[in-house]
Structure formats: C-alpha cells, structure tokens
Ligand binder design. Structure first.
Ligand code: FAD
Length: 500
C-alpha cells in the first residue's frame, strides 16, 4: 500500500522533530503530513540537554544556529560534569571530543598512560579542549578561529524544550505540515493485517493514514495501547523510576556554565541545565529508596534561584518497546522507550530514529525488512547506551546508602563486564556496532570513577619517547592557548545568539 498520508500523534519534542524532518522529504509526489496534539494533555515538559549529533540534525534541516538558539534561550554545552559519583566530594567531566589525538595509530590515552608510568604528572584532562574550556567557563566554535593547528571544539546545546517545539512547529507548518488540536480517543485497526487505519478524536473527527508515527509520550497510544507491542523492563540495572523537575530563574548575574551538571545524591542524582533565562533542575531518584517529599527537599536544598513553576512529578520505567517499528507504526521519543537523562540520550535517539526512518522509507509501501532492520539497529543503540548508563552507577565506590550499595554490587550485562575488564587489563576500548559513545567517553567515566588502566597498548612503547614528548607538549600548549583566547561563554551568547 502506497504511503500518501503520514499521521504523527503527539506534539512534544519527538513529534515536532519528526514533523520538521519529514516536511523536508521531496519524493516527487505529494505526501500529506498531519500532526495531532492535545494542549489539554500537554508535553512531558523536560528534556533540555543534548549531545553533539543534535547540532547536525538542525544543520541538516537548514536551521540557522544563532536564530534557533536565540529563540529557545539556548546555551552551548561542552560536556557533563559528574559530582559525587565515584565517591562523595569527587568530580569529573565527560567531555565531547577526544582526549588528545591518536599517535602512530594508537588512541591518545595509551600514550598518556605510558608517559604517566614514566613519571609525567599531567592529568589527561589537560589534553582535552572541551574539558579545559568548561573549567574556565569559555566557549568558541571551531569556525571562529579556523586554524588547522588548533583542535576543533565539539559541542551541543541546552535548550528550552517548550520553545524548541514551538520553533520546530513554525518550521514544519511553513513546509506544509498540518496541525490538528485534539485528543485521540480511539484507534482503528484493520481486522486482517492488524495495521492501524486511522484515529478518532474525542470530538468525533477522524483521520485516516498509511504510516503512523507514535510520539504520544510514555503512554504509547498506538505502539502499546493499540498494538500491544510489549516492553522490556530494565529497572533491575537502572532502578531510578521517578523524577521531580523545578525550573528556576537565573538571577545571580553569573554567566551560564557551558556544561550540564549531574550531581549524585543518596538515591539518585540531580541535573542542572543552564539556559540563558533560567536553569532547568530536576532530581531523578528511586522510589524503593527515597520518598517523594525527601526527593523534593533535596532538590530544593541544592538549587539556586527562585522556582518558576510548581514541581513537575514524573514516573517512568526504564526500558524499551519490544519493537520500535510494529506494522505501520513507528514509535519515537518516550513512546519508544526510556533511559534516564544521565547522558542526555533521549533526544539523540529521536534524532537517530528519524534518520533511520527516512533512510528506510519508501513511499511505495511498508515491508517486513524495513521493520526488522529498524528494530535491529535501534535495539543495538539502546543496549549500548544502557550499558554506558549502568557503568556510572556500578563503577561507584560509594557505600553511604542502601541505593549505592545495591547498584555497586548488582549484576550487570556481560557486554559491560567485558568492556570494563578489557579496560582494566590494558586500557583498550572497542567501539562496537557504531555505538554512540566514543573511546574518550568510556575512558572519561571509567577513569573519572576510579577504574584504572592496568597497562596500555604495547604499540605505545614503540613510539620514540623524545618525539612523542615534544608532540604531546605542543598539544597541551595549543589547547591552553586556544582556551586562553576564547571568550567567556556568557559573552559569546550575548554576541552570537542573545535571547530576546
Ligand atoms: P511528550 O513530550 O510527552 O509529548 C507527547 C505528546 O503526545 C504531547 O504533545 C501530548 O499532548 C500528545 N498526546 C498524548 N496523548 C495524546 C492523545 N490521546 N491525543 C492527542 N495527543 C496526545 N532527553 C534528553 O535528550 N535530554 C535531557 O536532558 C532529558 N531530560 C529528561 C528528564 C526527565 C525527568 C525525563 C522524564 C525525560 C528527559 N528527557 C531528556 C527525555 C525527553 O524529555 C524526551 O525524549 C522528549 O521530551 C520527547 O518527549 P516526547 O515528545 O516523546 O513526549
């Protein structure tokens, strides 16, 4: 059956990202795109920290970065600062971008380890431009200095989710997407194929479609409620299941830091996402170890600025749909699954879901191989991200609460066990199956939380020591020079993308 009508159910970040991207399809024949959303239901109202591939998503749509950032009160993000994860009082940054650059075909952390063994005292962080710029509150984009002698700067954004959805709505509507306001009350299925044929709103209006994108949030209106796809529950490894969010005004006059903060507490962790006009704050916690009121009290005790809204209470079960694409329904965003925002991966998964959907889409109809491929690739992405998130908990040395005792001693997936064991042996990190997180990501979290390299790649010992030392010194110097000459993040925002 040819695809002539695409129906997107839901107008949160997932729905409008999908609408904006699909509105750019030029397939030589008309496709009607309708997005149905309910203001009465609203959106989840959180989800404001992103990772670098998101810059590419906006770029691909032809969105002007400075315009978008001004419209959403956005800031730049160079990484995430983790506090109290390895142990109380400890802190590290997981930076975007690599530690150093590879030498003789060997990843830099091996070279660094060899030099450290020989007595070099420099921490690996001084060889990462994003970490150093984050520490000094500096920011610049690579194109600002465009010198091949200086390292590139990898970044993402913090953005106001509500404003971003509104920005994409304008973008999509200008390109022909039709928005319908209303609450989906019923979903019709074809009795033979089980395909969704249409939805009915509570005022009786009906919308028929050929392909449905379920962006209805946690409820999974089509993928779960209508198609009963099923859910893999991962809470034994990622037991946090609640969050309370509380945005605050930024009124202390300090510039927003160019990084997200993730501070561990006794049964979870708190995020701080700095925007131009406010800070997004929230506390993710596990209800088996903490009462709601206690979670709110901890949050209130650790935020600066006046709350701008009532607390937003959220409940979730970590895991994923058994299928992300089922018959003629593709689930994106919270309808597809949920992993806590420790590494800001949810919006990224919407982005890659849209990429895969558009790459696989044929307007001639839906085939089983499309569905299977989408599900296999997405399943792998979820599993790799899951392992990386579990690492943050399992690699703690904290013994100060039942929660930390549980996550420190819990059994973890074999894929993660292997990764940690290999790193402990000789610092090797294999980036498998196009996984999102890089060698530096894994090394930053493992080393940041006290997992040390027992050795290094033997090829590092074959590098000429004097020549290596000169190159490494030069690398450190060029990073220091660059960071010294970068403007402060606040000044950069004020010049490049001031929010009105
Ligand atoms: P929603 O925002 O819930 O939107 C659902 C839409 O469906 C709404 O428009 C709603 O009106 C509509 N709808 C539902 N039912 C009906 C119906 N019957 N009829 C009509 N319309 C209907 N991600 C990140 O990448 N970074 C982060 O920092 C981050 N932080 C997070 C913190 C928390 C505590 C949580 C829970 C999530 C976080 N996320 C984060 C995830 C992120 O919020 C989501 O991935 C993103 O907002 C997409 O949500 P959504 O569009 O899928 O769902």
């Amino acid at each position: 059956m040819a695809i002539e009508r695409i129906i997107i159910v839901g107008g949160g970040t997932a729905g409008w990202m999908a609408a904006a991207a699909l509105s750019r399809i030029k397939a030589g024949r008309a496709v009607e795109i309708t997005l149905i959303e309910s203001e009465a239901i609203g959106t989840v109202g959180v989800g404001e920290a992103t990772i670098p591939p998101f810059v590419g998503f906006n770029d691909l749509l032809g969105i002007k970065e400075s315009e978008m950032l001004a419209a959403v009160g956005g800031t730049f993000k160079l990484g995430i600062q983790f506090e109290n994860w390895g142990n109380l009082g400890e802190s590290y940054i997981h930076p975007f971008g690599a530690y150093g650059y590879s030498m003789g075909g060997i990843s830099f952390h091996h070279v660094w380890h060899r030099m450290a063994k020989a007595g070099d005292k420099r921490p690996i962080q001084v060889f990462n431009v994003e970490t150093m710029a984050a520490y000094f509150g500096k920011f610049a984009r690579t194109e600002d200095y465009a010198s091949e002698d200086l390292p590139p700067v990898n970044y993402a954004y913090h953005l106001d989710a509500g404003r971003y959805a509104a920005f994409l709505r304008r973008f999509a509507e200008e390109r022909g997407v039709v928005r319908q306001e209303g609450k989906v009350a019923d979903v019709a299925l074809d009795p033979e194929s089980g395909f969704v044929t249409g939805v009915t709103l509570d005022d009786g209006r009906q919308f028929a479609g050929d392909l449905f994108i379920d962006c209805s949030g946690f409820r999974g209106l089509l993928i779960e409620q209508a198609l009963k796809t099923g859910y893999d529950d991962w809470s034994q490894h990622l037991p946090c299941n609640r969050a309370v969010a509380l945005p605050c005004k930024r009124d202390d006059g300090s510039p927003p830091p160019p990084f997200t903060r993730a501070t561990a507490h006794s049964a979870g962790w708190q995020w701080q996402v700095p925007l131009q006009h406010r800070n997004g704050n929230g506390h993710v916690y596990c209800s088996s170890y903490m009462e709601d009121q206690q979670a709110l009290d901890i949050l209130l005790g650790n935020i600066a600025g006046k709350p701008q809204a009532e607390p937003n209470w959220l409940r979730f079960v970590t895991g994923r749909r058994k299928k992300f694409w089922n018959k003629n329904v593709v689930a994106l965003g919270l309808a597809a699954g949920f992993m806590e925002p420790l590494e800001s991966t949810s919006i990224h998964l919407i982005n890659t879901g849209i990429d895969k959907l558009i790459s696989l889409l044929s307007l001639d109809g839906i085939t089983q191989v499309q569905e299977d491929t989408f599900n296999r690739l997405t399943g792998r992405e979820y599993a790799r991200i899951r392992d990386f998130l579990i690492l943050h908990y399992n690699a703690t040395q904290r013994t100060d609460s039942d929660f930390w005792n549980y996550v420190r001693t819990m059994d973890v997936p074999d894929t993660l066990k292997e990764k940690v064991e290999i790193f402990r042996a000789n610092g090797q990190i294999f980036r498998e199956e196009d996984e999102l997180f890089t060698e530096t990501s894994w090394a930053a979290v493992m080393m940041g939380q006290g997992i040390t390299m027992g050795g290094h790649n033997a090829m590092a010992d074959a590098l000429d020591p004097a020549k290596t030392r000169t190159e490494v010194d030069e690398m450190e110097r060029s990073i220091r020079y660059l960071v010294q000459h970068m403007p402060g993040h606040g000044d950069y925002l004020a010049r490049y993308c001031p929010a009105p």
